[in-house]
Design a protein around this ligand. Structure first.
Ligand SMILES: Nc1ncnc2c1ncn2[C@@H]1O[C@H](COP(=O)(O)OP(=O)(O)O)[C@@H](O)[C@H]1O
Ligand SMILES: O=C(O)C1=C[C@@H](OP(=O)(O)O)[C@@H](O)[C@H](O)C1
Ligand SMILES: [Mg+2]
Length: 181
């Protein structure tokens, strides 16, 4: 594999911009964009909210694991991961064995603002979504902190973040190929 073909995995908390930035990055570098949530919804023929209510969160995590293990291309793909995808043990290591992992970051205030109007995230469809975001953020922070290069997205434009992600991917893809050759 050459560095120009190495997959990019975007991870991070809900609302950090993985879906939005992934689309822009894929377009700029000519890769296929795959959003894990959209792919799981397509396979299942039902929205994430329904998967959570009908089958529960553990069933959704199993679908995410199957998607990463054998449900996406091994090369030339930008994969925008759902925010909780790297939380179960072993998932981060799996991503790191398949390509470059970049973690998008944002402050709690930014996340609250970016997720407030949406209803497609089942974990936030609760009476007090702010408290839920704060609790999940605290719980998951150590996991995101060790999930590869972290890029701050607060008050940065989409094009600035996209450029930064692409530069980081180029550098780390070259290292990835060296390590795996
Ligand atoms: N850098 C940014 N500046 C302003 N708005 C952003 C930025 N990144 C994402 N958004 C907005 O925040 C919301 C959540 O973004 P999304 O890409 O769905 O995040 P994620 O996939 O990480 O949950 C969307 O409405 C998106 O347009
Ligand atoms: O953090 C999470 O556990 C989740 C994040 C969501 O994706 P985004 O991070 O793209 O919103 C989606 O996978 C699901 O609602 C669960
Ligand atoms: Mg998303």
């Amino acid at each position: 594999m050459t560095a120009a073909d190495v997959n990019l995995y975007l991870v991070g908390f809900m609302g950090t911009g993985k879906t939005t930035i992934g689309r822009a990055v894929a377009q700029r570098i000519g890769f296929t964009l795959i959003d894990s949530d959209q792919e799981i919804e397509r396979q299942q023929g039902r929205p994430i909210t329904e998967i959570f209510t009908q089958d529960g969160e553990p069933a959704f995590r199993a679908l995410e694991r199957a998607f990463i293990e054998n449900g996406h291309p091994a090369e030339r793909a930008v994969v925008s991961c759902g925010g909780g995808l790297i939380v179960p043990a072993g998932m981060l290591e799996l991503l790191q064995s398949r390509g470059v992992v970049i973690c998008l970051h944002a402050s709690i205030e930014t996340i609250l603002a970016r997720t407030a109007r949406h209803r497609h995230r089942p974990l936030l469809n609760v009476e007090d979504p702010d408290a839920r975001v704060r609790a999940l953020y605290a719980q998951r922070e150590p996991i995101y902190r060790r999930a590869g290069t972290m890029l701050l997205t607060d008050s940065r434009s989409l094009s600035e973040i996209t450029g930064h992600v692409i530069r980081t991917w180029r550098r780390e893809a070259a290292e990835f190929v060296r390590r795996h050759s």
